[in-house]
Design a protein around this ligand. Structure first.
Ligand code: FAD
Ligand code: FMN
Length: 775
């Protein structure tokens, strides 16, 4: 085969040398516009996994690269006068120049033709090539020739950064955060050879503008950074190696994803590789790793399917299919980490204490969890757990393990929860006339006995016509309040848990069948009239709701007050106002469902007016010493609907009205929504609201392990974690999760103690069997 790699970066060179090594009869040329052994760029970071693969594919170059590697384990964070360090993070770095020189030499030794100082303008310049590798980097001319084929999706990120270097050598991956009059700057610093460290400085567009960095030449920017980071530089100077760039050297990161990676141009097959196909932000490592992994996979597919011209289409398809998955995984983690650095100034740096700030930074990609940090540096993590427990008012003991964050108590107003786990409200559709009966007593009671710190009953409707289904709980009469009293008393006598009541009104989603008879489907008979912010049915065939008039608004307000007054007589500890999921109050908040032209429709203040009136009214009759949370749909997942930005605005309004917490859910507002599900998928909304609005939050949604809850609470992404479906599978979810992470000091109900020891012993045995392979 005749192969031409356009671009002699890591991707083109490594692919060239691998293919030549495996099949010397291939004719391979790498075309590079720069001069030989002339490249720029500071250090690049590799993972151990990539290095292991390189050892297998080409031990010769791998040995040279490994010799030149710098390995370091520690991360150090400089923040507000503190220096914190943790270990066990394992990075390897190498100078880009060094890496490329090793690969160039290896290419020459194997007989790959290297053509330097040649700017390839088009793939059509190589008509005799069977395969053209577009390894010409992020600005790939080759990719840009076929936008309709490759479908590049480019997003320019808001932060500005500058690549600099210094001769000061750091023995840890160092992050330094500095506040200026115009905002925060951060430096990402790592040593990559025995003389040099990479020093990337990053800030927001706003700070960049206000400091006039765009008007400075490179020396001006260097002087600015040197002055700002003088403490960490300790007299060392910063340098640039991008003197070829005109004007400001501050860049914006561009995230690139391509819809397709290969194309037949009529003469040759063209395939994208490395930065030409995808980019990953430097916040979690370098694109070099991805470029090398691409080169290895394409070679692997030729080995698997045959080093033959005829196989090229099949090879390219398999290469794209496999690499796409890995690239997406890394790009996801890179996105989380990148976003953390984009919001760090306005979200975390001014609010979190240094210890929590460090934890938040370490877990920024959300690939590193609480237990993962324990594996890396148990001492550091236990120190952090002690710090966190101390903040929650616990006296830490020196013997025995400190309780991890999810098991620390939490106090709001006069209510102290024994831990941070909440059984989320879940409609059971099993009530008659809205009454709590034995089913609810056993259902909620057993979850309280199972260790959750706060157990919510399902959405409890404020009037008969406020119900979603005929099976929903209600609180509009004394008999219903009596049912709650019995439940609350049971929980308080038998468990340390607190009880929450979620008040709600179904609005346009009311008068429907029980879930197992058809979720959201209108009743066949016995329907009651519906009301909503506007006259818009939920499903096309749903009943048409009436847009609420003044009398409706007044009546429903009174219904909420009556329900809150009744709730106050039950001894329940916590009230939640349901303003999510498309029910009545949510229908006012969303522009999709609120098209009113009176004072209750329009901008944020108008749409929130009625929900806030209801909130203030129930706050006035609910005991002062007890909290009220508000559940919001923080994302409508539909164009034109509310986004997390809107939710933050509403959260600030509820905070101002006296809400104690925002329970951060999402969706179910608009039938055609397209939510993006996944592990902890709603936690970013909680993180945003808690740390930007400054109100405590409950995170909810696909939180299914202690490790998830500990990571969220420890990082300050929420104060409490609500767990719904896992509680349906396991009433004792909290107690079982404690045992699974080796915590045996969380009390079980005294009647169940014999079960506790056996459960813990069996888990320990299973763990040992898994570790040793002996059952
Ligand atoms: C200048 C520079 C500095 C970098 N510094 C760092 C760093 O310090 N740390 C880090 O982690 N990552 C750094 N990166 C990013 C990282 O190196 C890339 O993710 C990685 O190099 C991707 O490899 P690649 O082979 O796909 O592309 P690149 O490394 O970008 O290589 C593309 C090559 O193609 C050549 N080329 C482009 N167009 C043509 C053309 N028309 N004709 C001929 N040749 C062409 C370019 O000169 C370049 O050598 C840097 C990237 C660049 C371009
Ligand atoms: C069966 C069921 C009923 C639910 N009913 C309610 C409800 O009454 N009120 C409410 O706010 N959310 C309700 N939800 C949503 C949950 O409280 C929770 O937000 C959602 O299930 C995501 O959490 P999970 O991933 O832990 O299940 C319900 C969820 C389920 C599975």
């Amino acid at each position: 085969m005749r192969i031409v790699c356009i671009g002699g970066g890591p991707a083109g060179l490594y692919f060239g040398l691998l293919m030549k090594k495996l099949h010397p009869e291939h004719s391979i040329t790498v075309v590079e516009r720069n001069r030989p052994y002339d490249t720029f760029g500071w250090g690049v970071v590799f993972s151990d996994a990539t290095m292991e693969a390189m050892k297998i594919w080409d031990p010769e170059s791998a040995a040279e690269i490994q010799d030149a590697f710098n390995h370091w384990d520690d991360i150090e964070v400089w923040f507000k006068g503190t220096r914190q360090r943790t270990s066990g993070h394992g990075f390897v770095g190498i100078g880009r120049k060094k890496l490329l020189n090793i690969l160039q030499r290896r290419c020459e030794a194997l007989g790959v033709e290297l053509t330097f100082e040649t700017d390839a303008n088009s793939d059509l310049e190589y008509p005799d090539a069977d395969l053209i590798i577009a390894s010409d980097g992020f600005n790939s001319k080759i990719r840009n020739r076929y936008p309709e084929v490759f479908q590049p999706d480019l997003i320019t990120r808001p932060n500005r950064y500058i690549w600099l270097g210094t001769h000061k050598l750091y023995d840890a991956f160092t992050f330094d955060f500095r506040k200026t009059d115009h905002g925060w700057f951060q430096a990402h610093i790592y040593k990559f050879d025995d003389q040099t460290s990479t020093f990337i400085v990053e800030t927001t567009e706003e700070a960049y503008e206000k400091h006039g960095l765009g008007e400075l030449d490179q020396q001006g920017s260097i002087d600015f950074c040197q002055d700002l980071f003088s403490e960490v530089l300790d007299g060392a100077e910063l340098m640039t190696n991008a003197r070829h760039m005109r004007g400001s050297a501050w860049l914006n990161f561009n995230r690139l994803i391509c819809g397709k990676w290969s194309h037949f141009n009529g003469q040759s097959h063209v395939v994208l590789m490395g930065d030409a196909a995808h980019t990953a932000h430097f916040a979690i490592g370098s694109g070099t790793k991805l470029a090398i992994d691409d080169a290895i996979e394409l070679t692997n597919q030729f080995n698997r399917l045959g080093h033959d011209k005829g196989k090229i289409p099949e090879v390219l398809e398999a290469y794209e299919e496999i690499r796409r998955v890995d690239v997406a995984r890394i790009q996801n983690a890179a996105r989380n980490a990148m976003e953390w650095f984009e919001v760090v100034g306005r979200r975390y740096a001014d609010t979190l204490e240094p210890e929590q700030f460090m934890y938040s930074m370490l877990t920024r990609s959300q690939r590193i969890s609480h237990e993962n940090l324990r594996l890396r540096d148990a001492n550091w993590l236990e120190g952090y757990e002690r710090w966190f427990a101390g903040k929650a008012g616990m006296v830490s003991t020196t013997n025995g393990r400190c309780l991890p964050p999810m098991f620390t108590p939490y106090t709001v107003r006069g209510v102290t929860l024994p831990n941070r786990i909440v059984m989320s409200p879940m409609a059971m559709y099993s009530a008659k006339d809205g009454l709590i009966d034995d089913f609810h007593l056993v259902h909620i009671g057993s979850r309280a006995m199972g260790g959750a710190g706060l157990v919510f009953g399902e959405m409890t409707c404020v009037s008969p016509d406020a119900r979603i289904t005929p099976g929903c709980l209600g609180l509009w009469n004394e008999e219903q309040a009596e049912g709650w009293r019995r439940l609350v008393e049971f929980v308080h006598i038998n468990t340390p848990a607190k009880v929450g009541i979620q008040l709600g009104h179904a609005g346009r989603k009311g008068s429907t069948k029980l879930a197992w008879e058809g979720t959201d489907q209108p009743l066949d008979d016995g329907n009651w009239p519906l009301i909503s912010a506007s006259a818009l049915p939920y499903l096309k065939h749903s009943q048409m709701p009436k847009a609420m008039d003044r009398a409706d608004l007044d009546r429903v307000l009174t219904d909420h007050i009556r329900a809150a007054e009744l709730a106050a007589t039950t001894g329940a500890d916590w009230l939640e106002l349901h303003c999510a999921h498309g029910y009545l109050l949510s229908s006012f908040l969303s522009p999709l469902t609120n098209t009113r032209t009176d004072e209750y429709g329009g901008d944020h203040a108008a749409r929130a007016r009625y929900p806030l009136e209801v909130f203030r009214a129930i706050r006035a009759v609910w005991p002062d010493e007890k909290p009220i949370s508000v559940r919001l749909s923080c994302h409508d997942w539909f164009d034109g609907g509310n986004t997390p930005e809107d939710a933050a605005i509403f959260a600030a309004m509820f905070k101002e009205a006296g809400a104690d917490m925002i329970d951060c859910s999402s969706g179910q507002v608009w039938k055609e929504e397209t939510p993006v599900y996944g592990r902890l998928f709603q936690t970013p909304f909680s993180d945003k609201i808690r740390n930007e609005v400054g109100i405590p939050t409950i995170a909810v949604g696909a939180i299914s392990e202690a490790d998830h809850a500990n990571s969220i609470i420890a990082a300050g992404r929420a104060d409490l974690c609500a767990v719904a479906r896992p509680h349906l599978a396991d009433p004792a979810w909290t107690l079982h999760e404690a045992a699974k992470i080796g915590i045996n000091t969380v009390p079980w109900p005294k009647q169940y103690y014999a079960g506790k020891t056996q459960y813990e012993t069996n888990l320990a045995r299973e763990k040992q069997a898994a570790a040793t392979g002996v059952k």
